[in-house]
Write a protein that binds this ligand. Structure first.
Ligand SMILES: [Zn+2]
Length: 257
């Protein structure tokens, strides 16, 4: 059977209630394993470890089979004065300044990754002792520069994903699959998003892997969320819902790598 990975981006204490509702909606479609992209301290507005309600909730979801993925530390790109015009366009317009790992040096990226790993290790010790360590790192807005990508490999993560690919960092295997993703920021973006994702879903129908990248604001717009539910329902009829970590494990079982 073909596979699908549903991921929820920007999971944090600020989005917990919406993420919880999204997971309930997905569970009703028999999508019970997802990849939860957790931000350690989203926009400096509060560290997840300082919120025991969030931590207990996250531990409960992990116990059900969902996976934690490290999704940046602050999720926000620090302003770099020397940024070239093209880079400024990408980071300010395309991602609204969310490209935290877009142009970090290898050392700066390594320091942030180490800090995140330490925090999630503390979470595991205090709340979810039986769970696996986060196996993957996914950069905010999928913007991972070359230097930061090297730091992700050095830090021992077993996979990362970009907008159009899943990369197994243990084996070097790259699976091409463009993620469905919505842009709910304005009315015209929502209209374009629905057309684009319907087209992309049809185009990916034969692809062994379908990726559905969801963000908490998506659920606030019924026209978007209804389409997401329809596409996910159709996909689930012919695909197994797995996490990204499952893809790495299954590949290892098949090939011994
Ligand atoms: Zn994000």
């Amino acid at each position: 059977m073909k596979e699908m990975v549903v991921s929820i981006h920007d999971v944090s204490p600020r989005t917990r209630e919406t993420c919880d509702a999204m997971l309930n909606d997905l569970a009703a479609l028999d999508i019970a394993r997802t990849s939860l992209l957790v931000v350690a301290n989203h926009h400096h507005r509060g560290h997840f470890l300082d919120d025991p309600v969030f931590c207990r909730w996250l531990a409960g979801r992990v116990a059900q089979g969902h996976e934690i993925v490290i999704h940046g530390y602050f999720h926000q790109r620090e302003c770099v004065a020397r940024a070239r015009l093209r880079d400024r366009f990408i980071t300010q317009v395309y991602t609204a300044g969310e490209g935290e790992f877009f142009d970090l040096s290898r050392d700066d990226a390594a320091a942030l990754l180490e800090r995140a790993k330490t925090d999630f290790e503390r979470f595991r010790r205090e709340y979810a002792a039986d769970s696996a360590r986060p196996a993957g790192f996914i950069a905010p807005a999928w913007l991972l520069g070359e230097a930061a990508a090297a730091a992700v490999r050095d830090a021992g993560f077993s996979y990362t994903t970009r907008l159009a690919t899943f990369e197994n960092l243990r084996t070097g295997e790259v699976i091409r699959s463009h993620s469905l993703v919505y842009s709910p920021r304005s009315a015209w973006r929502r209209v374009v998003s629905r057309g684009w994702n319907a087209w992309l879903a049809r185009r990916l129908q034969a692809n062994p892997l379908l990726r559905l990248g969801l963000h908490p604001p998506d659920r606030g717009f019924p026209a978007l969320w209804n389409q997401i539910i329809r596409l996910a329902t159709a996909a689930r009829r012919e695909r197994t819902a797995v996490t990204y970590a499952d893809l790495v494990t299954r590949h290892a079982e098949r090939t011994g790598l």
